[in-house]
Design a protein around this ligand. Structure first.
Ligand code: ZN
Length: 174
């Protein structure tokens, strides 16, 4: 396993729409292993393949309680509802945090690494993590969800001060 380089804000890889995974080949399994190692190394609780420069619809998320990582292949939100606002950060935008309003609960359908269908009914933090990671697959970053005034202020701050070295001093980086 290897720790991969996490692409940072401004990298075009973060803005591309990822392609579906056709088949779980040994290469895909290796990518997942590396993504899990990278997520733990960065002390994140979720990571999407585009964040490590791989344009595939593949995410890893850490379980709420056990922190054990699971991989979701070609995940999609099939139902959602409610509204919740909470602060978010992103491993690709280290040092930047802002409250983001998202659906309070989501139903996600995906495949596991053995090709079996998986359904997840998530709420709370897990629902937020899944929405954040699925956004990455469409080239969307959490700052895109902010009101224009807050977003511009953060963009100016990034331009002026650059990004901090890492997001480790915060418990919630995705
Ligand atoms: Zn992120």
């Amino acid at each position: 396993m290897a720790v991969l380089r996490v692409r940072k804000y401004g990298d075009p890889a973060l803005r591309r729409r990822a392609e579906p995974v056709a088949e779980t080949t040994p290469d895909i399994r290796k990518i997942v292993d590396d993504m899990i190692e990278t997520m733990y190394d960065e002390v994140g609780i979720g990571l999407a393949a585009p964040q490590v420069g791989i344009g595939l619809r593949l995410i890893v998320v850490a379980d709420d309680d056990t922190r054990r990582a699971r991989a979701l292949v070609n995940p999609a939100i099939t139902e959602s509802g409610g509204q919740a606002t909470a602060e978010e950060g992103c491993l690709s935008i280290p040092g930047v945090f802002a409250p983001v309003t998202r659906a309070a609960w989501v139903k996600v359908e995906a495949r596991d690494l053995d090709g079996r269908p998986v359904t997840i009914d998530a709420r709370g933090l897990q629902a937020r993590v899944l929405q954040h990671e699925l956004d990455h697959l469409d080239g969307v970053l959490f700052i895109d969800h902010l009101d224009p005034v807050t977003r511009d202020r953060l963009k100016r701050k990034i331009k002026k001060e650059g990004l901090s070295e890492d997001a480790r001093h915060h418990a919630f980086a995705l």
